[in-house]
Design a protein around this ligand. Structure first.
Ligand SMILES: Nc1ncnc2c1ncn2[C@@H]1O[C@H](COP(=O)(O)OP(=O)(O)O)[C@@H](O)[C@H]1O
Ligand SMILES: [Mg+2]
Length: 303
């Protein structure tokens, strides 16, 4: 699950830095040669194999892309496995993974770093992008269209042959570590004109398409993640497929695999299937009474 303790997520503006201990902050600002680097990167190593059900040839393609350190863009609707895939690939490639949940308040300094004031004066604090570039992690910018365009351009020099990150305020040019790679995710159906990536950004990335897996595979994932039987999982997937057919006919987004897993988890906890589906599937995605009734009746067809 996303909130497994072994995945550390940077959430800029959510007191991310204040959650980093003093000693870690010091480690981040120390030069790379003091031997504390592996200690620093240690917290970003994915230790246990994340459960990831391969859907097509995405694992081989990603491995090839990583071997040439191609920046990658994972495209697909919310809740279809993009984040889980990166976690799995970081584990498989044995590379540290630094995840940044993008939002519109995020600034370039949140990514790159800033001077902090403390009792001894000011000291530089690398941001997550600088930490990843300096020490060789995979830097995953999750839901990148949420960030403002002027923030996103700071990744440009890292995504071409230069592989450099200028820390302008500090007057330092960081040469990316050979292991460094940048990965972004975004939901193509979701962006508006205001919130699309610039072509000059898009064209720096290789792209992998993600979507809801086909019936049997999605049922297998739902059963594994929620603990319901495969038959119950298949019914949940049927409901998901019904709802996905309503996308564009009153629903903005289809039901995600994540939502089906939530419903399954409630059923595993003993909640009656009808109530579980109402809470986890129907109520969250629509406020429209007719649509709600249509989805509720789809649920009663299967449970
Ligand atoms: N191919 C897959 N293998 C394993 N789990 C998956 C897969 N696809 C989706 N999931 C499950 O769905 C949940 C949501 O996926 P996530 O990666 O968070 O979606 P996204 O990042 O695309 O919004 C995950 O926590 C995981 O439980
Ligand atoms: Mg995600």
């Amino acid at each position: 699950m996303r909130n497994d303790p072994f995945f550390r997520t940077y959430s800029p503006r959510q007191e991310a830095m204040s959650r980093v201990s003093q000693s870690q902050q010091e480690a981040m600002t120390r030069p790379a040669s003091t031997g504390t680097v592996s200690e620093l990167m240690d917290q970003y190593i994915v230790r246990e194999e994340p459960y990831y059900r391969t859907v097509a040839d995405e694992v081989e393609l990603y491995e090839a892309a990583y071997s040439v350190r191609m920046p990658m863009m994972l495209k697909g609707p919310t809740g279809c496995g993009k984040t889980r895939f990166v976690e799995y690939m970081a584990w498989k490639l044995k590379k540290p993974l630094i995840t940044v949940a993008c939002n519109e308040d995020m600034t370039a300094s949140d990514l790159v770093g800033r001077y902090l004031l403390d009792a001894n004066g000011t000291r530089w604090q690398d941001g997550p992008l600088a930490v990843a570039a300096r020490h060789g992690a995979i830097c995953y910018l999750d839901e990148v269209v949420e960030a403002r365009q002027d923030t996103i351009v700071v990744i440009h020099p890292l995504t071409d042959a230069r592989r450099q990150l200028p820390l302008e305020k500090k007057g330092e040019l960081v040469e990316a570590h050979p292991d460094f790679q940048i990965v972004i995710s975004y939901n193509p159906g979701y962006q508006s004109l205001m919130k699309d990536l610039k072509q000059s950004t898009k064209q720096r990335f290789g792209g992998l398409d993600f979507n809801y897996p086909e019936h049997e595979v999605e049922a297998e994932i739902v059963a594994h993640e929620s603990g319901v039987s495969i038959d119950v999982a298949k019914n949940l997937v049927h409901i998901g497929e019904r709802a996905r057919n309503l996308k564009g006919h009153g629903l903005d987004e289809g039901l995600s695999t994540r939502m089906l897993i939530y419903a399954g988890s409630l059923i595993t906890k003993g909640v009656a299937p009808l109530a579980a589906c109402r809470v986890a599937l129907v109520r969250p995605i629509t406020d429209d009474p007719d649509m709600r009734d249509a989805l509720d009746s789809a649920v009663t067809t299967y449970f």
